[in-house]
Design a protein around this ligand. Structure first.
Ligand SMILES: [Zn+2]
Length: 265
């Protein structure tokens, strides 16, 4: 789909929208022609996440009871909002509106996504417009799905990796909820470390490295899931990638590029 998504600056606050806000913003989408046509008002579409100025709108949907309704110049949907004093336009705002008004579509897309760009926090996820940017590529095959937990979650009995400062280099991500595409690194040798004067021996362990080279603060949920990932690493080697879908889901999808079928004669 054609679209033009402009990520927000890190200083942009992801808006908190009440029920009334969501409906007020939805009402902005209708009957806009007399105000928007040819104007330089900043607009955005909460179906595809694109930003544009009102003068780029070329198609209008006739309304029987008022001025025409704007159609998005990128996706053609009647989901165009414009900037107002109460609602400054941002990609984070468009992401939130998409998740509110198109949640079923979002869920359907997320169910089959094989590519999700890197994000660091929930607000970052919204500011970059990641709900719009996740993709399902035909050339990818989903080969599994596992659960993760944060190693620094309070009361997490098995979250000992975080205490192991020698192995832990990503403390700056503590408190964040990073995700996106990850490389899965398996350490089979095992290692020892001291935790509160006790020596602890860890067997095989995993690291998840994102596209920025950061080691993410997650571990696999259970020994069964570790076995599942180990089997897939053995089968697919470095072709296997993890996709951490969302800041809250803690689900990692396992994806490989499909090998093109041999040509038949
Ligand atoms: Zn659009």
């Amino acid at each position: 789909m054609r679209r033009y998504i402009v990520p927000d600056e890190a200083s942009v606050e992801a808006p908190h929208l009440s029920y009334e806000d969501k409906h007020a913003l939805n009402r902005l989408t209708a009957y806009g022609r007399s105000m928007l046509e040819g104007s330089s008002l900043r607009c955005g579409c909460f179906h595809c996440g694109s930003s544009f100025v009102a003068s780029e709108i070329a198609d209008w949907m006739p309304e029987e009871d008022g001025a025409d309704t704007a159609l998005c110049p990128y996706c053609g949907c009647d989901t165009v909002v414009y900037e107002t004093k109460d609602y400054p336009l941002s990609t984070a705002l468009l992401s939130k509106l998409y998740l509110d008004w198109f949640y079923t579509e979002f869920e359907e897309r997320e169910k089959v996504a094989t590519y999700v760009p890197t994000f660091s926090t929930y607000d970052d996820y919204l500011r970059q417009g990641i709900p719009f940017l996740m993709e399902h590529y035909e050339s990818d095959e989903i080969v599994g799905e596992v659960d993760l937990f944060r190693v620094d979650a309070p009361g997490n009995a098995t979250g000992f990796m975080h205490e192991d400062s020698g192995a832990w280099q990503a403390k700056d991500l503590a408190g964040d909820e990073p995700g996106g595409m990850v490389k899965i690194v398996v350490h089979r040798g095992g290692r020892d470390f001291a935790l509160e004067d006790e020596n602890i021996r860890v067997g095989t362990y995993f690291e998840f490295i994102d596209e920025l080279g950061r080691r993410l603060p997650y571990e696999l949920w259970s020994p069964d899931q570790e076995d599942c990932v180990l089997n897939l690493v053995e089968k697919y080697g470095t072709k296997l990638r993890g996709v951490i879908l969302s800041p809250s889901g803690r689900t990692m999808r396992l994806v490989v590029k499909k090998v093109p079928a041999a040509a038949c004669r």
